[in-house]
Design a protein around this ligand. Structure first.
Ligand code: URA
Length: 230
C-alpha cells in the first residue's frame, strides 16, 4: 500500500496531516526518513512518526526445505503428512510454499510468508530456471532432447511449454531445466513418450540450490544474500 494511503487510513491523520508529516521528515519507514507518498508499505515494513511506532512490521521468513518422499505440498491434508509438519516454527499457518512438488518428488522446496517474493519465484513471466534430476522407466534418447527444446503442447492449459534443456546423464537418467512450473509438468513431458518418471528431485530454483548438507526432511533459514537473489 502507498505510504500516504497507509497514513491517512489511521484515525489520527487527515490528508493534510499526512502531507505535513511527510514533507517535514517526521515519517520513517524501516528506519529511513521517507517523504515520498508513493513509498510502498508492506506488512513487513516498520513505520514510525517521530519516535512513535505506527506499525511494528511482521518478520519476513524464508526457509529452504529438503522435501522427502511421502509428504504433501500443502499446509493441511487429511491423510498424509505435509511439508509444514517438518517445520518447527511458530505461526506456521502464515507460511506458504513457493512452488509445489508432487507427493513422491524430493528436493528443494522454498517456504515463506512473503507473497511478493514467492510470486517472483513462481510466476511464469519470471522464467526462472528450475533444475530437476530425473530417472525414468524406459530409455531416454536424443529425440527427447529435441522435443524438450521445441516444447510440448499442453491442451488443458492451451499453452506450449517454454524450450527446456534436457541433458542425458545415462540410459534412463537426465538433468532437466524448465522455465515455468505447470501442474505435473515434468511427468507430463516424459508422458509424451509414454515414459514413466520413477525418481524426480529438484536441485535448484534460479540462484537457489539445495544445500548439500541438508538431509531429506530437514530445513534451514535462508540468509540475506539468498533472499535478495530473488
Ligand atoms: N514436475 C512434476 O511432474 N512433478 C513435480 O513434483 C515437479 C515438477
Amino acid at each position: 500500500m502507498r505510504l500516504d494511503r497507509f497514513l491517512s487510513n489511521l484515525p489520527r491523520f487527515n490528508r493534510k496531516d499526512v502531507r505535513l508529516a511527510l514533507v517535514s521528515g517526521r515519517i520513517k519507514v524501516d528506519g529511513q526518513v521517507t517523504s515520498d507518498p508513493h513509498h510502498d508499505v508492506r506488512e513487513f515494513s516498520r513505520v514510525a512518526f517521530d519516535d512513535e511506532v505506527l506499525q511494528a512490521g511482521k518478520t519476513a521468513r524464508y526457509f529452504m526445505l529438503h522435501k522427502p518422499q511421502g509428504y504433501v505440498s500443502a499446509t493441511v491434508d487429511a491423510q498424509h503428512p505435509t511439508v509444514l509438519d517438518l517445520l518447527d516454527e511458530p505461526d506456521k499457518h502464515e507460511l506458504h510454499i513457493a512452488g509445489r512438488l508432487d507427493f513422491n518428488t524430493t528436493g528443494l522446496m522454498l517456504i515463506t510468508n512473503d507473497g511478493q517474493w514467492s510470486r517472483r519465484l513462481t510466476q511464469p513471466q519470471t522464467r526462472l530456471p528450475k533444475v530437476y534430476y530425473v530417472e525414468t522407466e524406459q530409455l531416454i534418447d536424443e529425440r527427447y532432447v529435441e522435443k524438450f527444446a521445441l516444447g510440448f503442447y499442453f491442451a488443458y492449459e492451451n499453452i506450449t511449454t517454454q524450450p527446456a534443456v534436457l541433458t542425458l546423464l545415462g540410459p534412463r537418467c537426465a538433468r532437466l531445466t524448465i522455465f515455468e512450473g505447470r501442474y505435473h509438468q515434468v511427468k507430463r513431458m516424459f508422458g509424451h513418450f509414454d515414459n514413466k518418471v520413477l525418481i524426480l528431485h529438484r536441485e535448484s530454483m534460479g540462484p537457489l540450490t539445495l544445500t548439500p548438507e541438508l538431509e531429506p526432511g530437514s530445513y534451514c533459514a535462508l540468509d540475506d544474500a539468498q533472499i535478495q537473489s530473488i
